[in-house]
Design a protein around this ligand. Structure first.
Ligand SMILES: C[S@@+](CC[C@H](N)C(=O)[O-])C[C@H]1O[C@@H](n2cnc3c(N)ncnc32)[C@H](O)[C@@H]1O
Length: 217
């Protein structure tokens, strides 16, 4: 049975990332860490393709199900665990409830993906540099790091230290010799369809970068 995320569907660039990871794995099941996985918008498409996924989120309801409150009222979220079970993918997905700054998996991955999680207000006790360093350290030498980062387009993100303007990201990546940056693109503000926690169509501005970790770093 195919399930769906209350966060909507991944953009096509995510599928291109999976395709490249799959090609580089040369027949072995690729390993992927999804940092800030919520109810699995990015986890299920990878597991359906046979990837072994380590998925972490701090939000218990997104992982294990429950009621979410937003301005449209109460919404039932089945959660990642139930989606994984319904799709018979339990052997491929390890779900971790925790803070990615505190719950290290003790191993590295062929690919690491994160989308918007670092910009959450609960992460302001850490500098963005510390967070990107920590998430990037999960990538094995020669592996791929995909970062979807929120830019301060909406009022609530402006001035937030973990949501800087685009040049911060270019500078960060330039200063880290372990990353061979394949691209780092700033998108025009785009209309995101209503999703759980944000139940009206809204504009965000995103940047996204793909980097390969140096084989010896
Ligand atoms: C923008 S949401 C995106 C969720 C998912 N990437 C998607 O688009 O469906 C970011 C997710 O990161 C999680 N998150 C934020 N800070 C976190 C932290 N310190 N540790 C683990 N998860 C975190 C949030 O709970 C949220 O589910």
């Amino acid at each position: 049975m195919k399930t769906s995320s209350l966060w909507g569907t991944p953009p096509s660039r995510f599928y291109r990332f999976l395709k490249r990871l799959g090609e580089e794995a040369e027949g072995n099941p690729p390993t992927l860490a999804v940092v800030g996985c919520a109810d699995g918008k990015f986890v299920l498409p990878a597991a359906r393709r046979g990837f072994k996924v380590w998925a972490i989120d701090i939000d218990e309801i997104a992982l294990f199900g429950g009621m979410k409150q937003d301005t449209s009222g109460e919404v039932h979220m089945p959660g990642l665990r139930s989606r994984v079970k319904d799709e018979d993918l339990e052997e491929l997905v390890e779900i971790v409830h925790g803070d990615f700054m505190e719950s290290a998996p003790g191993r590295t991955f062929d690919g690491v993906f994160t989308s918007g999680a670092l910009q959450y207000s609960n992460n302001m006790e850490h500098s963005l540099t510390q967070m990107v360093d920590a998430v990037g350290d999960l990538v094995r030498p020669g592996g791929l790091f995909y970062l979807d980062y929120m830019l301060p387009y909406e009022e609530k993100y402006k001035g937030r230290p973990n949501c800087p303007e685009a040049p911060w990201w270019a500078e960060y990546l330039k200063q880290r010799p372990q990353w061979d940056v394949q691209y780092n693109r700033v998108m025009e503000p785009t209309l995101d369809r209503a999703h759980v926690e944000y139940p009206v169509d809204h504009y965000h501005q995103w940047g996204h970068a793909l980097a390969v970790r140096a084989p010896s770093a």
